[in-house]
Design a protein around this ligand. Structure first.
Ligand SMILES: Cc1cc2nc3c(=O)[nH]c(=O)nc-3n(C[C@H](O)[C@H](O)[C@H](O)COP(=O)(O)O)c2cc1C
Length: 157
């Protein structure tokens, strides 16, 4: 089992680390080649254009042994109602034939938005399971919710 995530301000990283602890899974953080602005207003404006154009920024992260994993948990912040751009790049650069993908997302109200639909479009040969949306402001108290989701999906016992 592998966790792959992107996080701009740390919330999705927190959930990814919680999953890692609970499931004892491997974990990889996606790093964009060109860092996003640290200013909230700037990143929001840039991400709006990227979401509208389905932009795929260059990323530094390569996972040479991705084939060894049958179960991949994909973590992203909700950006303008869908996955963040670096996750879009990761999903479009790799083949997921026959793999099981479990999305998780942190958000401030839009929950999964259209993320699952976009993931299905990007990874047509994968089996995509119902995602886990966690409010960004509540990630520190979400351990039980994360654990329940993992149990419901039989990813842990
Ligand atoms: C560029 C940008 C766009 C966002 N768009 C949305 C949105 O459409 N809906 C929503 O509920 N939250 C939105 N948010 C809030 C983030 O999804 C939320 O704060 C998330 O927990 C951030 O995760 P991170 O700390 O891993 O980057 C947005 C935040 C940013 C920075």
């Amino acid at each position: 089992m592998l966790i792959v995530y992107y996080s701009w301000s740390g919330n999705t990283r927190h959930v990814a680390e919680t999953i890692k602890k609970l499931a004892n899974a491997d974990i990889v953080e996606i790093i964009p080649t060109k860092p996003y602005p640290t200013s909230y207003n700037k990143v929001v404006a840039q991400a709006k254009i990227e979401a509208d154009t389905k932009y795929k920024p260059e990323i530094n992260t390569k996972i040479p042994n991705l084939n060894e994993y049958d179960i991949i948990l994909i973590g992203s912040p909700n950006w303008w109602g869908t996955i963040s751009s670096p996750i879009r790049t990761f999903l479009s650069q790799n083949k997921f034939d026959g793999k099981a993908l479990y999305p998780f997302m942190t958000h401030e109200g839009s929950r999964m938005g259209s993320a699952e639909t976009e993931i299905k479009t990007l990874c047509p040969s994968a089996k995509i399971f119902h995602g886990l949306p966690i409010r960004g402001g509540s990630v520190k108290s979400a351990d039980k919710e994360v654990e329940n989701w993992l149990k419901q999906n039989r990813l842990i016992s």
